[in-house]
Design a protein around this ligand. Sequence first.
Ligand code: FNR
Length: 389
Amino acid sequence: MLFTPPLSQITTIEDLRQIARRKLPKMFYEYADTGSWTQTTYHANAADFAPIQFRQRVLVDMENRSLKTQMLGQEVKMPLAIAPTGLTGMFHADGEILAARACEKFGIPYTLSTMSICSIEDVAENTTAPFWFQLYVMRDREFMADLIRRAKAAQCSALVLTADLQIVGQRHRDIKNGLTVPPRPTLANLINLATKIEWGLKMLNTRRRTFRNIAGHAKDVTNLSELMPWVAKQFDPKLSWDDIAHIKDLWGGKLIIKGILDPEDAEKAVQHGADAIIVSNHGGRQLDGAPSSIRALPAIIQAVGSQTEVWLDGGIRTGQDILKAWALGARGTFIGRPYLYGLAAYGEAGVTRALEILYNEMDLSMAFTGHRDIQNVTREILVKGSYPE
Ligand code: FNR
């Protein structure tokens, strides 16, 4: 069986990624660690943080630091939340519950995907802090309304409407791997699975192995190979700005629009009453060739930064990345893959470790720029000319 180093040896998100790659069945690892088509946008998301430079400041008091802030009025330990990810329960048995618990204990929001393995009710029953629910809009509006009703009944505290997946970008690895549950018994899959005994045993010990949110509706989805055709049939390609008012009415609470990459769309989101927007290209999984999130951020801040909360996801792999995004105006950030790596590698403790790593990196880096309180950090901490404008 795989030797897993003690958590004390895990010092980077990259450490978690490497263990996740060894532990997970190939098709699930590659489902996460991939982007659409040429993966240009996927790689740019992380790479575009690198050229941004900090101004190092010395001989200032660096004791008693705080990264505390608020996201939609909710106090958070740092400007970070967990992004919605589908199939999380296949990265570790009961993955959504474990990730939500890790967030609750750490003090940041957790977002549950429509395409989760554990249902809204599973997560609500096994956690105490309110979580956020991410909505994909379906052609069957009664089913969509039902999801919203369930999220309300579970006392979810915000609805995250994903606006960039009415149609699905192609990821070559998923097609080549024949993403299925249970994995297809090809020779390659059998050889691969024989090395994933630990994962398999954990999966056998949970009754949550299907899409429990959509289970009542998607009776024809019995395994993942039927999922993408189901998504193509069910997700509504006609979704438009005209639908937002109705969704807002049904929900009646705080609405976050996720997947904004253009200042004109940011303005529309504000006009349609978004309480916050997430600058995002879906982790490079949709429009390949679109700009990285960090490149798209400054123009969006300029357009709507004073009117709504602007957050960002995509490519965050270090606490320095979060600090750069904050300095450029993002009042919150989200991680997808980094927490999935932690979850696959060590379960709940791995998610916590991912959050601790990001916290420590951000905290110390802020201090090196001469600040003790994130609220005082502006783009002044960045070297002029090194960041996108
Ligand atoms: C996602 N993402 C996503 N977004 C969403 O709104 N609903 C979903 O169900 C999913 N599912 C999903 C699965 C996997 C495996 C990944 C990697 C991503 C996108 C996600 O919320 C977020 O935008 C990106 O993951 C952010 O990029 P990083 O942090 O993964 O680089």
